[in-house]
Design a protein around this ligand. Sequence first.
Ligand SMILES: Cc1ncc(COP(=O)(O)O)c(C=O)c1O
Length: 387
Amino acid sequence: MKGKLRPVGSPVPSPRIHEHQELPWAAHYHTEFMGSGTEALSLAVAIAIRRHSQVSTPEVIIPAYGCPDLVSAICAQGAKPVLVDLLPNAPHMNDAGVREAITPSTVAVVGVGFLGIPERLEELSGICREHNLLLIEDSAQCFPPASASKSHADLVVLSFGRGKPINLMGGGALLIRSDLTGLAKEAVGHYPVAVLKVGTKWLVKRLVFNLLMMRLPYYVLERLPFLGIGETRFHRLETISRLDLPERVLQAGLRDFQLRPLIHQRYDIELAGLDARGWKCLTSDRSEISRNDLQQSVPLLRYPVLAPSTDLRDRALAVLNSAGIGASAFYERTLPQIDGVEAAVEDRDYPVASDFSSRLLTLPTHENVTSADVTLIGRILLSVTEL
Ligand SMILES: Cc1ncc(COP(=O)(O)O)c(C=O)c1O
C-alpha cells in the first residue's frame, strides 16, 4: 500500500502579489466575503426574511438530500427548512415538489449545485418569480457559479473551505445581485468583520495542510477515528461574521482553479462501458444542463456515479478503498436521517432522495489523480459488476 488517494480537495494555493483578474460575476453581483459558506447562506436567508418582514415563521425550501450546513444556516436565522424530494437519478429538486412546498410563509428557495453540477436555476427562478420568492444559488460545490453567466439567482453562496473548488482553508462569499444591494445593506451591516492575515501562522498552516493531502499522510489521518474524516455531521451555526479577505489570496485561488486538469473527462472515457451494466454517470446530465454555459470545460469537484443497487455500491466502495482509492458514498443518507437534523425538519420519507443516497458513489477528480488511478478505478468497477 503506497498510501491513499484522498477523495476530494485541492491544495491551498500560494498567494502572489501581482495578480488581478475580474471576478466572473462582477457585472451583476456585489461580493460580500463571509466567515464560511454556511455564514454566507445564513446571511442570504436573513436578506430573504427582511423582504418578507410580515411573515412570523419564515420557511426556506431546500433539497431533502444535501449538506446539513444548509439546515444550520436556515435555523440560525430562526427560519424553518422545508425539504423537497429529488427528481429520479439526479441531484436536482423535483419542480412539482417545490411548487407543493410553497406556503404563504415561504421566503426563499435554495438551488444547490452538486459537486460541480449546477441546479436547474432557470426553472427555479421561474417558480420564484411567480411566487415573489428569492432564489438563492448555493454554489459551495460549483465554481464558477452558474449565475455568473446568467444571473438567474438573486443571491449566490460560495465556500472557500477545504474540499471545495477553491480551497483557502475557510471563508465564503455571498454575491448580492445589484438590484438587491439596497435591501441587503442593513442585514449585511449587522455582522462584524474579521480580518484574515496572511502571516507566518497562515503560511505554516498552508504548508501543513497541503502536506497532509498527500497519499501517505492522508492514509494515516484517515485511520485516526477522533478526526472523523469524511463523516457528515450536523453543527449548529453559532456566530456569523463578514471577512476581510486579502485580494491576493482569492486571486491565487482563481488562478489555481483555472489551471486544474479536467480529470472528469478521463472518467467519461474510462467508465463509458458502465452505462450498459446499469450504472449511471451523473455527468451526462451535466452536459445537457450546461450545454450553453460551457460548464463541460470546468473541473468537477468529484465524479458522481449511481450504482445499479446499494449492494453493488457498497461492494465497489470496499474494493476501491482497499486498493487505495478514496471513493465515497458522500452524505450516505437524506437530511432527516442525519443526527441532529431530524429535530429541525419534518420527519417524513423522501423516497427518491433516499434511493439516490443509497446508490451514490463519488470518485476523486483533484489534480493528484493520475491516468493509472482512473484506469484502476474503471477496472475495479467493471469487475465488481461482473461478480
Ligand atoms: C452545498 C453546501 N452548502 C454550504 C456548505 C457550507 O460551506 P462551509 O463549509 O464553507 O461552511 C457546504 C459545505 O460542505 C456545502 O456542501
